[in-house]
Design a protein around this ligand. Structure first.
Ligand SMILES: NC(=O)c1ccc[n+]([C@@H]2O[C@H](COP(=O)([O-])OP(=O)(O)OC[C@H]3O[C@@H](n4cnc5c(N)ncnc54)[C@H](O)[C@@H]3O)[C@@H](O)[C@H]2O)c1
Length: 254
């Protein structure tokens, strides 16, 4: 164990599976006290004991302001500090601009981007009291590309990027020693992608060859989150980091 996060307390949302779970496991292994949360309490409780003794699972709906408030109160009273926030919970919803409804659009934005506002709003004061820290917001390549079948999802992920940049500048101006960055993966082999592939049917998400070329594993994303969460990245603030094997810089004629 290299203990790259020794002495730090980390909160990771949407962590009962996929990228969040891989990140919780890695951060616990690297010495952090991990609080991993998810709306899926059954799955979260089931894996809680298998992760590590320094990982605590809490049921948490990221769309609920009261949940954020009580989780931050709990972290403050139990651990007295918070150094890392990973806003990871999200949903992927199929629907182009004609199919998507206002209710569907609002649901996606509540889970994917309103939650990031709430998370930062509630966590920042404790992170400041703790002497600083790192916020990692999970965005997506869909914040950069136009994704016709995911009108609401792409827009919600772009909102996260804009918010992160304004938080990053706020933090640097107030010299609070907190950093805020976004990650933009293309495809990650997680339940989210597998469930969507089954649901999307003939509206294939990407050509199989392209999908294969840019696909990564949840552990690849967790390694990047670990770097951004650790002091090794202490001068990276306001960055939007592509994690896509070169997808976003590949010209269309190649
Ligand atoms: N999988 C990909 O290809 C991909 C690509 C780019 C970005 N991302 C982003 O990476 C992050 C992780 O994605 P993943 O693939 O691991 O997804 P996933 O669906 O496997 O896991 C997401 C988790 O979020 C939880 N969740 C959903 N709604 C919630 C809510 N209201 N409150 C709390 N938890 C809730 C789910 O229960 C689930 O455990 C997401 O932000 C996603 O948008 C994923």
């Amino acid at each position: 164990m290299s203990e790259r996060l020794a002495g730090k307390v980390a909160l990771i949302t949407g962590a009962a599976r996929g990228v969040g779970l891989a990140t919780a496991k890695l951060m616990a292994k690297e010495g952090a006290q991990v609080i991993f949360t998810d709306i899926n309490a059954e799955q979260g409780q089931e894996i809680a004991n298998s992760i590590s003794s320094n990982a605590l699972f809490l049921e948490h709906d990221v769309t609920k302001e009261a949940d954020w408030s009580s989780i931050l109160t709990h972290i403050k009273s139990k651990y007295g500090q918070l150094n890392i926030l990973v806003n990871n919970a999200a949903i992927l919803q199929l629907g182009d601009i004609k199919e998507e409804t206002l209710a569907g659009w609002q649901k996606v934005h509540r889970v994917n981007s309103d939650s990031v506002f709430l998370g930062i709003h509630y966590a920042l004061p404790l992170m400041e009291e703790s002497g600083g820290g790192s916020i990692v917001n999970m965005s997506s390549s869909s914040a950069i590309f136009g994704m016709p079948h995911f009108a609401a999802y792409g827009a919600s992920k772009a909102a996260i990027r804009g918010l992160s940049q304004s938080v990053a500048v706020y933090c640097s101006q107030t010299k609070n020693n907190v950093r805020c960055n976004t990650l933009h993966p293309d495809s990650i082999m997680t339940p989210m992608v597998m469930e969507m592939s089954a649901q999307a049917g003939d509206r294939s998400l990407a050509e199989p060859e392209r999908a294969k070329a840019y696909l990564c594993q949840p552990e690849d994303v967790a390694n990047t989150i670990l770097f951004l969460a650790s002091d090794e990245s202490k001068h990276i603030n306001g960055a939007a980091i592509a994690l896509d094997g070169g997808a976003t810089v590949t010209p269309p004629y190649l």
